[in-house]
Every structure is written in structure tokens, then in C-alpha cells.
Write a protein that binds this ligand. Structure first.
Ligand SMILES: [Zn+2]
Ligand SMILES: [Zn+2]
Ligand SMILES: [Zn+2]
Length: 128
């Protein structure tokens, strides 16, 4: 029984990412789906989708967690090591598919890194 409900939740969540080509914050997903899926399930499904290489997560402004669709990732490896851009005017966040080399740091091993670029998106730039 629980399995069916979980599948339905996954479908509903993925539907949101189909509609929206940008990243969506976890908070926003909880708000959008509150009538259909409870918060705990949403977070559990998001974790699973990230493990499966379907979505990747990163932290935006104020430490808020965001999710975006993966390109060519698998359950064993996430290939989306790219910066993310957050617009300070409208709050929109998207993936920036540019290669950025993280420099090596002597005597340290880098396990992961996150780059958040903040500024104004194309819509906001054109609207004033
Ligand atoms: Zn990924
Ligand atoms: Zn904007
Ligand atoms: Zn991304």
C-alpha cells in the first residue's frame, strides 16, 4: 500500500520539474504539493530522487535547499558539478552549465564544493 502512494508522490514531484525548467526550492515544493503529499514524504522522495541521479540539490541564499533536474547522472555518480545562479530581484534560481575549476588546496582534499552566483536574471535586467 505504501509503495503505491510513494510512486504517486514521485510522479507528482517530477511533474513540477517538468513544468518548471528552473530549480525549485524544497520549501516551494512543500507549498505547491501540500494538498497532495505531506512534508515528510516530500523530503523523503527528494532524497531518493537525488540518490537515484534524477535530481541534484544545492544551497541557495539563506541556506535554503534547492533541487534541479540532472543531466546524465546515475545512482552512482552525479555529474552536475556546476555553479547555480540566483536572481536577487525575483529569487529565481537556475543551473549554470559552465565548467568551473576548483583550485587544489595544499594539504586538503576537496570532497565537494558549491558555487552560488547571485545577481540579476535576464528578465529582471530587461524590465528596467
Ligand atoms: Zn546529478
Ligand atoms: Zn530575476
Ligand atoms: Zn544544477
Amino acid at each position: 500500500m505504501g509503495v503505491i502512494r510513494k510512486t504517486k508522490s514521485i510522479e507528482l514531484l517530477l511533474e513540477e520539474f517538468k513544468k518548471d525548467s528552473n530549480a525549485i526550492s524544497a520549501i516551494e515544493l512543500v507549498t505547491r504539493l501540500s494538498s497532495e503529499i505531506n512534508k515528510t514524504t516530500i523530503y523523503r522522495v527528494l532524497d531518493k530522487l537525488e540518490d537515484d541521479g534524477v535530481l541534484h540539490s544545492f544551497l541557495g541564499k539563506n541556506g535554503i535547499k534547492w533541487y534541479a533536474k540532472c543531466e546524465g547522472c546515475s545512482a552512482t555518480e552525479h555529474k552536475d558539478i556546476h555553479p547555480h545562479f540566483q536572481c536577487l530581484s525575483c529569487g529565481k534560481v537556475d543551473c549554470v552549465t559552465l565548467d568551473i575549476q576548483i583550485p587544489e588546496i595544499p594539504n586538503r582534499t576537496i570532497m565537494m564544493s558549491q558555487i552560488l552566483i547571485q545577481g540579476k536574471c535576464e528578465n529582471c535586467l530587461n524590465s528596467n
